[in-house]
Every structure is written in structure tokens, then in C-alpha cells.
Design a protein around this ligand. Structure first.
Ligand code: SF4
Ligand code: FES
Length: 226
């Protein structure tokens, strides 16, 4: 199999493609494919050119940290949860997420996801043990902040005022756990999500932990109408 990777030395430099050969098992994840290319002192491209180690991020290798989010054959996905046997054709293309600034190769800066939550004060100040709908809270709390939902969202652009599905789910989570903050959270939710979401819902198709964002939207709308 050929593995084409879009590389970039540093944030300001020009991206370029490099192609590698992969002869390992089809049961491997894309994370293992990148590892196998990197796991040698002399990394060479398919045409025999010496090159540098591929930069990418991972922490858990089991779909729990969100660090390895990238675009694989045009689809935003976690590299450790995408398997060679499920990819079509004998060429796999791997690119960094396009909605976030590239730091190096496949590493992107997704700090805007946390920064947006901070800017809108979406954090628990006082835990309300009564809370509400613990089942949905549990689902919303699974968010990895991987950014895949933002990568596919037609309305999301880093640095703009629409904050996307990850923000909407956290708004629900905090508003349910700290109900005295609900009013302030609803204002921020409307400003940075509710008024601009066009309900394409592609965010739910790519979410690696299956968060039902549509249910979070419905629950926030019900809070608004109370
Ligand atoms: S909502 Fe899903 S896709 Fe979006 S950041 Fe959270 S885990 Fe990732
Ligand atoms: S390395 Fe943690 S989700 Fe892939």
C-alpha cells in the first residue's frame, strides 16, 4: 500500500506531499502505519529519498484522548481508530485537520476549542448535585475535544464567533451541573452556537465517541423556552 502524507515543517512553511510504502498487516490502525514508517533510523520515501520523522500526536492509542485526529482519505477521523482493512484502494492519503493552524506535519493547534469555552465562562463554578438528566450529561462529558466535529462543520472557522458542536455539548453539560449559571450559559450558547447552527449535523457522523449533539441542542432549546 502507498501512504501519501501531507507534511509541513513549521506553521509558516509550504506544505508538501511525501509518499511511503507500507507492507504491514491490514489489521493495523493508521496510527500503527505512521509509527511503522517512523520506527527506523533511515526513513525513506517510496522513491528512495531520505526524509525526516513524521510529526503527529497521540497519547492513548485507544480512542480516548482525541490527540490523533487527522484527515484520512478525505474523512476526518482518529488515526488509532481507523484500520487499513476498512480503507478503499491501495493508496491512503493522510492530512492534518484543515480547520486548525498546522504546527508541524500532522500536528495542529486546537487550543481554540478550550479558549472559546474560557471566553464564554463555560465551566462549573458551583456543582449542583441535583442536576438533571444524568444519562445525557454522561454522554456529553465524553467529549475528547478532538475537533473532528468542527473539521466537518460548514459553519465553523477557527477564530470566528461560531464555536460548533463541542461548545454546544459543553454548554448543556455545565448548564445542567451548575444550574444557577444557566441564564448566562444560554446567552453564550445563543450567541456562539444556537443562532448560527444550520443543522447539517455532520458533526454527529464523525464524532468518535458518538455524542448525540442533536439531543443537546433540543435540551438547550427547552431550557430557553422555560
Ligand atoms: S463532540 Fe465529538 S467530535 Fe466534537 S470534539 Fe467532542 S468528541 Fe470530538
Ligand atoms: S491516540 Fe488517543 S485517541 Fe488516538
Amino acid at each position: 500500500m502507498k501512504v501519501k502524507i501531507l507534511r509541513q515543517v513549521h506553521p509558516g512553511s509550504e506544505p508538501y506531499w511525501e509518499e511511503f510504502d507500507y507492507n504491514g498487516p491490514a489489521e493495523s490502525s493508521v496510527a500503527s502505519v505512521i509509527d511503522s514508517i517512523n520506527f527506523t533510523d533511515d526513513i525513506v520515501t517510496s522513491d528512495g529519498k531520505k526524509t525526516t520523522r513524521i510529526g503527529w500526536e497521540c497519547a492513548c492509542l485507544q480512542g480516548m484522548c482525541g490527540a490523533c485526529a487527522m484527515v484520512i482519505n478525505g474523512v476526518p477521523a482518529l488515526a488509532c481508530e481507523t484500520f487499513v482493512r476498512d480503507l478503499k484502494g491501495d493508496v491512503v492519503t493522510i492530512q492534518p485537520l484543515k480547520k486548525f493552524p498546522v504546527v508541524h506535519d500532522l500536528i495542529t493547534d486546537r487550543s481554540s476549542i478550550q479558549e472559546n469555552l474560557k471566553k464564554s465562562n463555560i465551566y462549573i463554578e458551583e456543582y449542583d448535585p441535583e442536576g438533571e438528566d444524568h444519562e445525557h450529561q454522561y454522554l456529553a462529558a465524553k467529549c475528547l475535544k478532538c475537533g473532528l466535529c468542527l473539521e466537518v462543520c460548514p459553519n465553523y472557522t477557527t477564530g470566528k464567533t461560531f464555536y460548533g458542536a463541542a461548545f454546544a455539548n459543553d454548554c448543556y453539560l455545565v448548564a445542567s451541573r451548575n444550574r444557577s449559571k444557566s441564564g448566562q450559559i444560554l446567552d453564550e450558547y445563543s450567541k456562539h452556537f444556537g443562532l448560527a447552527c444550520s443543522k447539517s449535523l455532520s458533526c454527529m457522523d464523525v464524532c468518535p465517541v458518538g455524542i448525540p449533539t442533536l439531543a443537546s441542542i433540543g435540551k438547550m432549546n427547552r431550557k430557553k423556552s422555560k
